[in-house]
Design a protein around this ligand. Structure first.
Ligand SMILES: [Mn+2]
Length: 467
């Protein structure tokens, strides 16, 4: 059964292959997040190698209705399945959708003259954990034999947090990983799940551990003391060591200590999830310079997002396509600017005690924060608030659009214990006339102006007995 479904998805990809091969004027619309930008890079690299004229445009979901049919072939990547694109369905020009989000059209309507939508959900493949948007574009690239792009399939999966719940690649993602490992492009090992493997001094990486509030959370002195206690040197000569510098023995010492600290801190219903919280597979891109932010998949994904959040997607696109000169410098500058902006907004929230608790959740009104960044800030502020409840941040959508953007983040422990906030936020947003969705631990919504209080009230109530 599974094989039959894989075969019919492969058949769809060979049709997509023909569409691309026969077109000379191609437009790509791709999503603005790390997965989307990487999907755009995979397609653009593919078309470059094929010598096909093309243009890449980065687009947010709420702008989809404004676009017009202007090219012989239009490709949508990491978006399109969840949007009404009737203009394209009925046009004489050709349209290809490579998306992994929940589709609104039926599988039987996915192919008809000049229109082709490939979505893993049509083939019983879970698009939230088993394949990303970038992964879907890689499967197309593979039909042309461009297997060297496989590493971008891994980057997009990580950027899309597809490995978040199990700590590893699943399904088609795992197949793509196997290929990139075989080609010596990626190395994957089971590791401590701390962010900043290549670039962050270990004691700082430890201090950002935020799923549960520990004595070391946001306390660098405590982190240095902890490493000292465990006999793990924090420096190598003058240079602070990063997680990637640690020996396996040092890593397992640190792992056991974190398990001990966490098990003491969390309510008993969460204890069994503790090891999963602090271990997971890491992905290293072997062609990138060691200790650079491009070497580790999570850090690379942050760098791509930093470009996106400042609407400089083209910078990330160039780096992804291989530019290690000017574009990489620009990317570094954007990452610095991004960190500065985040730090400034974090203190803005903290200075005035802007986090307001309710019985089952907590929230802040971040009207000063750019809508592209409110999710990141919400995630960061969680470690300064009550980790046992989800935190919700609000800001204006901006860019001439009315309404509020809502972001929710929570400790992974809540998700491991069975709450899917992405599904909940969708329902609550609909009740106030908005739209929403996303992952279990990171999700968001757009809601009409003036509905924030109602939204919070419904959300808080629907969590009764769950938190
Ligand atoms: Mn995606």
């Amino acid at each position: 059964m599974i094989n039959a479904q894989r075969n019919s998805m492969d058949t769809a990809f060979s049709k997509a292959h023909e569409m691309v091969k026969n077109a000379d004027d191609i437009k790509i619309y791709t999503h603005i997040d790390c997965d989307g930008v990487t999907a755009g890079a995979v397609l653009s690299s593919t078309l470059d190698t094929l010598g096909k004229d093309h243009e890449v445009e980065f687009i947010s979901l709420d702008r989809m209705e404004d676009i017009e049919v202007e090219n012989e072939l239009t490709i949508f990547s990491d978006l399109g399945s969840g949007q009404c694109i009737n203009k394209f369905c009925t046009s004489n020009s050709k349209t290809l959708i490579l998306d992994h989000h929940t589709p609104i059209r039926k599988p039987e309507n996915s192919i008809n003259n000049g229109f082709l939508e490939i979505n893993p959900h049509f083939y019983n493949i879970d698009g939230s954990q088993e394949i990303s948007g970038g992964g879907m574009t890689y499967l197309l690239a593979k039909t042309f034999g461009f297997n060297e792009l496989s590493w971008m399939g891994i980057l997009s999966a990580v950027g899309d947090m597809q490995n978040n719940l199990t700590g590893k690649m699943e399904g088609l993602n795992r197949e793509i990983l196997r290929e990139s490992v075989e080609q010596n492009l990626v190395d994957s090992t089971n590791d401590l799940a701390l962010y900043g493997r290549q670039t962050r001094p270990l004691f700082i990486a430890l201090s950002y551990f935020g799923d549960v509030n520990l004595p070391i959370t946001n306390n660098k002195t405590e982190c240095l003391l902890l490493l000292d206690k465990l006999g793990i040197p924090s420096k190598n000569g003058k240079k602070y060591r990063t997680l990637c510098d640690l020996s396996n023995e040092e890593k397992s010492k640190l792992f056991s200590e974190l398990v001990r600290m966490l098990s003491r801190e969390v309510p008993s219903k969460y204890v069994r999830y503790v090891p999963k919280l602090i271990s997971g597979d890491s992905y290293e891109f072997l062609n990138e310079t060691e200790y650079s932010p491009l070497r580790d998949a999570s850090e690379f994904s942050t760098a791509v997002n930093a470009c996106s959040r400042h609407k400089r997607h083209e910078v990330a696109l160039k780096v992804l396509k291989g530019d290690r000169g000017m574009a990489l410098e620009d990317m570094d500058d954007l990452a610095k600017e991004h960190r500065r902006y985040l730090a400034q907004k974090m203190s803005w929230i903290q200075e005035e005690d802007r986090i307001i608790p309710m019985s089952n959740l907590q929230y802040f009104n971040g009207s000063e924060i750019k809508s592209e960044v409110v999710g990141t800030i919400t995630g960061m502020i969680l470690s300064y608030s009550d980790w046992k409840k989800p935190i919700i941040g609000f800001t204006e959508i901006g860019d001439g659009k009315e309404g509020l953007k809502v972001s929710l983040r929570c400790s992974r422990l809540l998700a491991y214990n069975g709450i899917h906030f992405g599904n909940m936020i969708r329902k609550v947003a609909q009740k106030v006339g908005g739209t929403g969705g996303g992952h279990s631990v990171a999700c968001g919504a757009y809601i009409p102006p003036g509905t924030a209080d109602k939204f919070l009230e419904i959300f808080n109530e629907s969590l009764n007995g769950m938190i």
